[in-house]
Design a protein around this ligand. Structure first.
Ligand code: FAD
Length: 493
């Protein structure tokens, strides 16, 4: 142990991951969490015989979780198990097309060419280009701080910068996809990946076409016991290696003395600390926890990412046509994103995502039933009349699913709970309920995200979905690695 104390504010996935990394380096680490439970957005609940994962449902890049167990020197199989999915997602289009996306990229290309107007080779070439973009940029954009000179002095960075024209940053994702594919259904399929970081395919740059590589080439996974096992296993690992959690304790302020952190203030006490990491949304960190500090206006005033509206439904019927992940596409995708990002509303024909964990874990629902996590992308909370918007959207979703699945869905729902952007904001302090911090709508988005450290306050660091490199579980885990490595490097120097 090195006798350096670190306080982490928030026990989201990134907060816990940075805690585990720092503890493994020998720091004394304590996490303060406002809620009574760990995990932030990555949580779950049970009701009326159903279990629902509340937030994330798609699990990619399990190697980033494995790495945490490796560095903590604990056998992962005692904590966390997962399996690879052979079918990634079932897609339903308004024109009646159904497409089941196989995980293996060659089978995927074959099935896609049987369903859409496209040659197998075109798909494979596209996926190879996705992979190249990922390989070219991962070490620059994802695995290192973009705000440290040392990042720019590496060979990988120079190669990425020399090949910048191949990254398609001057076209939006939809325009880029339209240059490759003719079939509008396939363009819509590949446009959807913009939503993985809460952006619009009509605004996010073409470089985001690297995202299908994560899913289509590296695979998607299901944690045994459901997504919440990620939180539960990391919480257990953290406790086992000596990290202290203090729940039900909201941090009121990060205390600064002579431009250096001195500790945190809760409603009751001041707790001193050498180093602080905020896992709280970066806008909330500045507005609530650093009220006396200068706000980096350009960074914090960026357009927010999308949020989500979720209906957790208990369904009294089994649907053999559905799998773990299912998408029911909108007939007018462009309008759907205009509604979210320009009009702060939800279109009357939103794309509906249904996650059914009981397909993998039968005990997640009563016999003969399924647990439907039914989600549509939604705008940030901007003070809309959510009651009216939720009521209208519920009717539209039920009408759409009833029509496509040829059932009366109203009759099949025997349990319902709802999560809105407003609730997401209240439960996790994510500013305006945005899931991924800022939207990635500029070709400079990666550079505009807040760094993982403060340049004006010594020993203050940041991790989580709203800072570099961005939102989603894998990116949060990278943010934790970058923050922990920066701390360790600066403590050693
Ligand atoms: C509905 C939904 C679906 C999603 N789907 C996916 C998906 O399929 N795949 C994927 O990879 N990602 C998905 N995401 C995104 C993913 O959940 C997030 O990127 C990730 O969980 C964010 O983790 P985080 O570390 O940033 O912290 P958060 O989960 O935001 O947690 C922050 C924590 O800080 C605590 N906190 C805040 N303020 C204070 C304070 N003042 N004092 C103490 N504690 C405080 C909060 O209580 C919270 O526990 C989804 C998110 C949502 C909401």
């Amino acid at each position: 142990m090195n006798n350096i104390n670190v306080i982490i504010i928030g026990s989201g996935i990134a907060g816990m991951a940075s805690a585990i990394r720092l503890r493994s380096f020998g720091y004394n680490v304590e996490i303060f969490e406002a809620n009574s439970y760990a995990g932030g957005k990555l949580t779950a609940f049970k009701s009326n015989g159903y279990r629902f994962d509340m937030g994330p449902s798609l699990f990619t890049m399990p190697n980033l979780i494995e790495e945490l167990f490796e560095i903590a020197e604990k056998p992962i199989e005692n904590y966390f198990n997962f399996k690879r999915k052979s079918v990634i997602c079932n897609y339903f289009y308004e024109d009646g097309t159904k497409f089941s996306a196989p995980a293996d990229k060659f089978t995927f290309a074959k099935s896609a060419s049987n369903t859409f107007e496209v040659e197998e080779k075109t798909i494979l070439d596209y996926l190879n280009r996705c992979e190249n973009k990922y390989e070219l940029t991962a070490s620059l954009f994802l695995e290192n701080s973009l705000h440290k000179l040392s990042t720019y002095l590496s060979k990988d960075t120079l190669i990425a910068l020399l090949k910048i024209s191949k990254l398609n940053i001057n076209k939006n994702l939809s325009d880029y996809n339209s240059t490759i594919f003719r079939d509008p259904r396939l363009i819509q399929f590949f446009n959807r990946f913009a939503t993985y970081n809460g952006s619009s395919p009509y605004q996010t740059p073409g470089i985001m076409s690297m995202i299908p590589h994560l899913e289509q080439s590296l695979g998607t996974y299901f944690p045994k016991g459901g997504m919440h096992q990620i939180t539960k296993s990391l919480e257990k690992l953290a406790k086992d290696i000596g990290i202290k959690f203090t729940f039900n304790t909201k941090v009121e302020e990060i205390m600064i003395n002579r431009s250096k952190v001195s500790g945190i203030k809760t409603a009751k006490v001041f707790i001193p600390s050498d180093i602080i990491i905020s896992n709280v949304d970066i806008v909330s960190t500045y507005l609530k926890l650093l009220p006396k500090e200068r706000v980096p206006k350009r960074i914090l005033s960026q357009e927010r990412s999308s949020s989500a509206l979720i209906f957790y439904w208990g369904i009294t019927k089994k649907f053999p046509d559905l799998d773990l992940h299912n998408i029911f596409f909108s007939a007018d995708y462009k309008n759907e994103f205009k509604c979210i990002f320009q009009d702060d509303t939800i279109s009357d024909d939103p794309t509906v995502y249904i996650n059914i964990s009981s397909k993998e874990e039968p005990n997640d629902s009563p016999n003969g039933c399924e647990n439907w996590f039914t989600m549509v992308n939604a705008p940030r909370n901007n003070g809309q009349d959510w009651d009216t918007l939720i009521r209208k959207t519920r009717i539209n979703i039920i009408e759409k699913l009833s029509r496509v699945l040829k059932v009366d869905l109203n009759e099949l729902i025997n349990y319902e709970s709802i999560l809105s952007p407003k609730n997401i904001e209240t439960k996790t302090q994510s500013y305006q309920g945005s899931i991924y911090g800022a939207a990635s709508h500029s070709k400079f988005s990666a550079f505009l995200r807040h760094p993982n450290f403060s340049s004006s306050i010594s020993n203050l660091y940041f991790c989580g979905g709203s800072v570099h490199p961005g939102g989603g579980i894998p990116l949060c885990l990278w943010s934790a690695k970058i923050a922990a490595d920066l701390i360790h490097k600066s403590s050693k120097s």
